[in-house]
Write a new protein. Structure first.
Length: 316
């Protein structure tokens, strides 16, 4: 066991305690957490910064609004219901169309109007929110993912997670839904995490429940060396989220819409650490390198150039 710990430390792999003590607590003032814990606030911040997010159709804040929900939803054939303060994909319902007078999910399952209203009521009660606090339900645009992901995802929408330290992109992965994850791009629910080369935007190794894999279990498609479109724009958007929120250490989640391009899905002040497994690389040495050089990185362009120079697969 001691040998394993030493090897992990040598590789620069960090755990939750070190992440919390040296990065989350150090660089993320507690007063700023609501800016990313509440997706409604994140959307407003992004709008002010000129950063695109999925369009917000409607916000349900009180029970009285639920009665009028059918008239609101009638305007949209597809939409997503999302708890404003949810985490890990819990409470998210994706509607892809209508059938037999009911709402159809990506899986083909049908929900009645009363089931939709009951779900929204549960969202407001705080069933899916951080700490069980009363919440809001966001009704928003359903992302139509970029065709590059067509053969490496199952039902749901893939997203790209980038770890940012003081505005510098440090490590990235794409999270790919599977049958096991029920079409959700969350690793703890069974989605795939495929590392991304910061320098080129091409996928590297992939991990499924902490096991290295080479192909998607549901499609059989190989997962390595897939070029992520709009990579320059994705890095720029992620780097800009530092100024947007003031949080020094964060995870930026971006989706690629086939028509709208990169959209910020959400931000996380406590991003998970499985990204290290997906990249077969620890975070610590990269984070320390950023800290050593941050005084010379004065704008977005210089921070991105630094990341590409130091964190590409041929440089780390």
């Amino acid at each position: 066991m001691l040998g394993l710990i030493k090897n992990l430390h040598k590789a620069g792999v960090i755990g939750i305690n070190k992440r919390n003590a040296d990065y989350t607590l150090r660089y993320n003032p507690r007063r700023l957490y609501p800016l990313v814990d509440d997706k409604a606030q994140t959307k407003q911040l992004a709008f002010q910064a000129g950063i695109a997010t999925p369009e917000l159709y409607y916000t349900v804040e009180i029970e009285h609004q639920i009665k009028g929900l059918p008239a609101i939803l009638e305007q949209y054939s597809e939409f997503v219901i999302k708890p404003a303060q949810g985490s890990g994909g819990d409470g998210i319902v994706v509607i892809t169309g209508r059938r037999m007078g009911q709402y159809q999910k990506a899986s083909g399952a049908l929900l009645s109007q009363s089931e939709i209203q009951h779900h929204v009521s549960n969202v407001l009660s705080g069933l899916y929110s951080l700490g069980g606090q009363p919440d809001k339900a966001l009704i928003e645009y359903r992302v139509q993912f970029d065709p590059v992901f067509e053969n490496i995802t199952y039902l749901g929408v893939p997203d790209i997670r980038i770890i940012i330290l003081l505005g510098v992109p440090v490590m990235a992965m794409v999270r790919l839904p599977t049958r096991t994850s029920d079409g959700k791009a969350n690793l703890h629910q069974g989605a795939i995490g495929a590392g991304i080369d910061i320098a080129t935007g091409k996928t590297l190794t992939a991990v499924l429940k902490n096991h290295i894999i080479s192909e998607h279990p549901d499609t059989g498609t190989h997962l390595e060396k897939i070029q992520v479109p709009h990579w320059d724009s994705i890095l720029e958007i992620a780097a800009q989220c530092y100024e947007m929120t003031g949080l020094g250490y964060q995870g930026v989640d971006i989706v690629l819409d086939r028509d709208k391009g990169p959209l910020v899905l959400e931000l996380n002040a406590r991003p998970g650490l499985n990204i290290q497994i997906a990249n077969s690389s620890g975070l610590l040495h990269r984070l320390q390198l950023v800290e050593q050089h941050i005084d010379s990185l004065t704008d977005t362009a210089s921070r991105i150039q630094f990341a590409r120079q130091h964190f590409g697969v041929n440089t780390v």
